[in-house]
Design a protein around this ligand. Structure first.
Ligand code: GDG
Length: 463
């Protein structure tokens, strides 16, 4: 029987650490349940002495094979090259890149190590689906070891235009290694367009009208597979959570006043600082909402806190929250409730349902699942409004019915907040209904099935 082998930087075992299990982990587990197979990747642990063989466990018929990393691997491959080079450049921030040759060597070394440990686990007709920017060269490394299985790659983050990507030292080698896949998937048409441009302009490849790409001596398919969510599950969890103690306490604490919610990993790509400045401007120019005490709930769990840029950003954002609260707070109202810890998924869904506005304003984002979760969590009788950045991948699906803003334009964002808070019920319902249709048409199952179907078509040829 054909098995699916999923490879990602981190493996999230079912039933463990439920606060961190997001939509992607649930989707991968569902795919593995459908096709049977293995989820292979880093255990999340690093130790001076790493085991030579992957740690293999089976739960509910699913097999997890995980590897530990050495502290040097963690520093060079993960913190170094993946998070301080690829992440900033792919999010259009080459100014934040810290490139060191030894980090790139570590990145290649860990990809080769993953390939070496994965190859012996493969069976005859397995097909392999690799996720995200940590593992771009993995197919190349597997091919070097004689692996001829269909291998697909999905990039969860944006693919930058060549003018930006070429700021990354060694970009040719990195993109050429992508050509070792049979299917390369992106979140949006913009990402695919940027990839096509790079292929033709930088490595003299060819792009056919049917999505087939010929480059670096290989023929493969590159396409758009916008990631979705489990819409019905998110809606059901949100509906159920509205009676939970935490959601009820949140509602009581607002005394019937409007709530605006932002939920993001604490990352510079998410635009949290610009969002706070826009909210400050909104309070300044719309004093009626000071009296109504509109409250911004910002949940921002810490991420990559060992990277210097993230430490600095954390200090700046905390300072801004303190300053804005000092400026506008009353004895019985604080405008920004800023929290750096994670909440249970159920609690988050309850908060989404309670909020009048979903405030999703990244400066650059592959998709942004929070935008989709916010919509799915709304009460059909009284839905909230989504204020969505022009630079989130989700805007390509939701632009007609959300309030689209340029996150750098704080006056425009403040206007959108006001428009959202005064929007009549019939308009809110009409917008929400259309966005739900889009979410349902392209949910997490559709995403997975379309990708797997493309992978099953491999190998691709020009004719
Ligand atoms: C990458 C790309 C792309 C957040 N805080 C808590 C919590 N979350 C959950 C959200 C959502 C997920 O984490 C975050 O997903 P996003 O899509 O918003 O962003 P990234 O983490 O940057 O994800 C992104 C995505 O991959 C998928 O392809 O959309 O562009 O950057 O599900 O709800 N979950 C819980 N507690 C929290 O405090 N339980």
């Amino acid at each position: 029987m054909t098995r699916l082998v999923v490879v990602s930087n981190r493996v999230e075992e079912a039933g463990k650490n439920q606060t961190s299990v997001g939509g992607l982990a649930v989707s991968i587990q569902a795919a593995l349940e459908t096709y049977g197979g293995i989820w292979f990747g880093w255990s999340g642990k690093y130790a001076a002495k790493v085991s030579v063989r992957p740690n293999v466990t089976s739960t509910n018929g699913l097999t997890y094979a995980t590897l530990d990393l050495s502290p040097q691997d963690y520093e060079e491959y993960y913190s170094g090259y993946a998070n301080r080079v690829i992440w900033p450049v792919f999010h259009y921030r080459p100014d934040l890149m810290t490139f060191r040759r030894k980090d790139y060597d570590g990145y290649r070394r860990v990809n080769a190590y993953f390939a070496k440990k994965l190859a012996p686990l493969l069976e005859g007709d397995d097909f392999i689906w690799v996720h995200d920017y940590h593992l771009i060269p993995l197919a190349h490394e597997l091919r070097q070891k004689g692996v001829n299985h269909p291998i697909g790659f999905f990039l969860h983050i944006p693919f930058p235009v060549p003018e930006v990507l070429t700021a990354l030292p060694g970009h040719h080698e990195l993109v050429e290694s992508l050509c070792a896949y049979d299917v390369v998937g992106f979140q949006t048409e913009m990402d695919l367009y940027a990839f096509h441009n790079y292929i033709t302009r930088e490595i003299q490849g060819q792009v056919m009208s049917n999505g087939i790409v010929k480059a670096n001596g290989r023929t493969f398919f590159a396409g758009v597979f916008p990631i979705g969510i489990d819409v019905e599950n998110a809606a059901a969890v949100a509906e159920d959570s509205k009676k939970s103690t935490t959601t009820v306490k949140m509602q009581e604490s607002l005394h019937g006043r409007p709530m605006i919610i932002g939920v993001d990993r604490l990352d510079y790509s998410k635009g949290i600082m610009e969002r706070f400045l826009a909210f400050e401007h909104f309070l300044q120019v719309c004093p009626e909402f000071q009296e109504q005490c509109a409250t911004l709930i910002q949940i921002a769990p810490l991420s990559r806190s060992d990277v210097q840029e993230y430490k600095e950003m954390r200090d700046e954002i905390s300072t801004a929250a303190g300053r804005i609260n000092g400026r506008f707070s009353e004895f019985n109202w604080v405008p920004i409730r800023y929290m750096n810890h994670r909440f249970k998924r159920r609690t988050l869904m309850g908060f989404f349902r309670t909020s009048h506005v979903g405030f999703v304003t990244p400066l650059r984002d592959g998709m942004n699942l929070v935008a989709k979760e916010y919509i799915a969590a709304q009460d059909p009788e009284d839905p909230g409004v989504l204020v969505l950045s022009h630079f989130a991948g989700a805007v390509h699906e939701l632009d007609d019915h959300s309030l689209v803003v340029n996150p750098y334009n704080i006056e425009e964002v403040a206007d959108a907040l006001k428009q959202a808070l005064v929007m009549p019920l019939d308009e809110r319902q009409a917008r929400w209904t259309e966005m739900m249709k889009t979410l349902r048409r392209n949910d997490i199952t559709t995403w997975r099935e379309k990708f797997v179907a493309a992978l099953r078509e491999a190998p691709y040829s020009v004719n």
